[in-house]
Design a protein around this ligand. Structure first.
Ligand SMILES: Nc1ncnc2c1ncn2[C@@H]1O[C@H](COP(=O)(O)OP(=O)(O)OP(=O)(O)O)[C@@H](O)[C@H]1O
Length: 603
């Protein structure tokens, strides 16, 4: 992973004499014997170096730069093991704003081109580290050591000449073992070393405990309490990968330390880091910009293909919609970013690349906005359509209800030409009980002739059908308008003639009665004879249709609303919708009608 650019750490933890140094570097004095490179005595560090160089050989497309440093923390002082000097002057640990981590100032770093260079660093450091002796270990490490191998890899991205470099590293940390001074019988200098070792290990334990506790996430981690934790902060909770090797003793007498070590290991196992590849900020920016450009270009291609698909739709679909056209027009005026030659991309400056990305982002934003608008419009159209459908269903249901009410009523024929006043008709079946005035002649004729009214009376006949409960009763079909008008003229003309004749007859009888000296109210017999004569006359009129085959009795046609008769000139219009103020008791006609009829008779 260090080769890929990650920061990695392997550290050994455990009580003194448990084999930490043995695990990392092998038995004491191994390198003084000039061992075989493939000896089984080698520890993790040597084996890692071997594996690292094998890996570098396989990756010929990369250019690697290796650098190594070796330091120890002895009594809370950082000593450079590759350049200790005669005075073993301690180095300062500082905070780097750039890398946002602690670093050792002026630490000697050795370029390592060969495996031997790395082995030389390891040997030199092992030789210079502080080793002591106590009851539990003849070669006890009196300090924490950190061997770091920095791996810089450079790779050419594509054929445009841009090199991308990554900086990975491996930390090999050999911690000094925790000591129970009672057991080790440490005194003097060794006791001071043991106290410092225990103190720094305790801080490390606090840091591990805090990092592993999910409740303290984001809380304070006491890295600054020791040099060891400062330098391991990045490995413990940074963006690297860390391997903890817990070394324990198989001796029964060390059981409490073993349990303690395992407890630490269990806590450390809970720590979660977020490994990232460490790169040069400028190169990282170029790489991210290139990725972003590729992503935006692919997204733009996708959106363009989707828009072209919408444009290629046949007429009558989306393009035939004027609203859609306006949308299309609005979309077509989008500012398209300039086409970029990918080969020249590497030559472009960071500012140009940023400008280009900004162009694509603007276009992308516009396309996203347009896409959202299209979706919104589609939703609105669907909602409107649903509303119209619901309204349609409601109106249809209402129409059905109205039809069913009309059909259920025994006196209302279900004909759409009836005025709304008919709907207010009471349910007792008496047409005369409504507020619609009916021509008394029609009514008297119906009463006189009963159900024997001839077939030229469509209204009463239809009414009769309803009364007889015929299911097939339907309103008569409408005639063509010209024929219907002609029929209306004739029927109205006939009715007027009929009225004129009855008026003439009534006048004649009235004269006779006056002649008989009985006056208007003189005799009931006269009234009876008058009504009898009128009945006979009407019957005669009904039984003898005129030459056109039409009855001379006023008829209601299908196109004429009930209660209203409309004529064209020269016949005067007579409205029967409202009962006139003054009606003659004998003729049943208004003054105005009588005047008209008198004029007609005179003519
Ligand atoms: N796996 C092993 N096989 C053989 N010998 C071992 C093994 N582990 C440790 N030893 C031996 O035990 C002794 C102590 O080991 P080592 O020095 O590595 O312990 P340590 O944990 O580093 O102690 P300290 O913390 O005091 O430095 C050494 O002589 C080492 O060779």
């Amino acid at each position: 992973m260090a080769v890929e650019g990650f920061s990695t750490t392997a550290f050994c933890y455990g009580q003194t004499g448990s084999g930490k140094t043995h695990t990392l570097t092998g038995p004491p004095g191994l390198f003084e014997k000039n061992p075989d490179p493939y000896s089984e005595d080698h520890g993790l560090v040597f084996r890692s170096f071997m594996y690292l160089f094998e890996l570098l050989k396989q990756r010929s497309e990369f250019h690697f730069i290796l650098k190594a440093s070796f330091l120890e923390i002895y009594n809370e002082k950082v000593i450079d093991l590759l350049n200790p000097g005669t005075a073993r002057k301690p180095l300062a640990v500082r905070w780097s704003k750039k890398s946002r981590g602690f670093f050792v100032e002026n630490l000697f770093t050795v370029d390592c081109e060969e495996l031997d260079d790395l082995l030389a660093v390891l040997e030199e450091g092992m030789r210079n580290r502080s080793v002591g002796r106590h009851n539990m270990n003849d070669y006890s490490s009196r300090s924490h050591t950190i061997l770091t191998v920095h791996i810089t890899s450079e790779q050419q991205m594509g054929e445009d000449g841009v090199f991308i470099s990554k900086q990975g590293k491996i930390n090999f940390v050999d911690l000094a073992g925790s000591e129970m001074t009672k057991k080790t019988h440490s005194e003097g200098k060794t006791l001071e070393e043991a106290n410092n070792i225990n103190k720094s290990l305790m801080v490390l334990g606090y840091c591990i405990a805090s990092l592993s506790d999910s409740r303290k996430k984001g809380g304070h981690i006491p890295y600054r309490d020791s040099k060891l934790t400062k330098l391991l902060a990045d490995s413990l909770a940074g963006n690297g990968v860390t391997l903890m090797i817990a070394c324990i003793s198989p001796a029964r007498s060390n059981v409490s330390e073993t349990i303690n070590t395992l407890r630490y290991a269990a806590r450390a196992k809970k720590i979660r880091t977020k490994p990232i590849v460490v790169m040069d900020p400028r190169e990282a920016l170029i790489l991210s910009l290139k990725r972003e450009v590729n992503a935006l270009q692919s997204e733009n291609d996708h959106l363009r293909s989707a828009i072209n698909f919408a444009q290629d739709k046949p007429p009558g679909t989306a393009s035939s919609d004027p609203g859609a056209n306006s949308f299309m027009q609005g979309r077509l005026v989008l500012k398209t970013p300039p086409t970029v030659d990918l080969e020249k991309l590497a030559e472009m400056e960071g500012q140009e690349l940023s400008e280009l990305v900004r162009h694509y982002m603007t276009e992308n934003e516009a396309l996203r906005k347009e896409n959202a608008e299209l979706f919104t419009t589609r939703e609105l159209v669907l909602r409107d359509q649903e509303l119209v459908c619901r309204e349609n269903e409601r109106l249809l249901k209402k129409l059905e209800d109205v039809n069913s009410v009309c059909c259920r009523s025994p006196i209302i024929p279900a004909r759409p030409t009836y005025s709304a006043e008919m709907l207010n008709m009471s349910g007792n079946g008496d047409l005369d009980a409504t507020n619609v005035w009916v021509n008394p002649l029609n009514a008297s004729l119906t009463n006189t002739l009963g159900g024997s009214t001839n077939s030229t009376l469509p209204g009463p006949r239809f009414k009769q059908d309803i009364l007889e409960g015929r299911k097939s009763a339907k309103p008569p079909h409408r005639l063509p308008e010209s024929i219907q008008k002609e029929l209306d003229k004739r029927s109205i003309g006939n009715s007027m003639m009929n009225i004129a004749e009855s008026y003439r007859e009534k006048s004649h009888r009235r004269h006779n009665s006056w002649d008989n000296g009985k006056g208007m109210h003189g005799s009931t017999g006269s009234a009876d004879s008058t009504s009898s004569a009128r009945r006979n006359k009407l019957k005669e009129l009904a039984d003898n249709p005129n030459q056109d085959g039409n009855s001379r009795v006023p008829q209601r046609t299908s196109s004429t609303p009930i209660g209203s008769v409309t004529t064209e000139s020269p016949l005067p219009e007579v409205s029967l919708q409202r009962r006139p103020a003054s009606i003659s008791r004998t003729t049943g006609l208004t003054d105005e009608e009588q005047t008209h009829i008198r004029g007609l008779v005179a003519a």
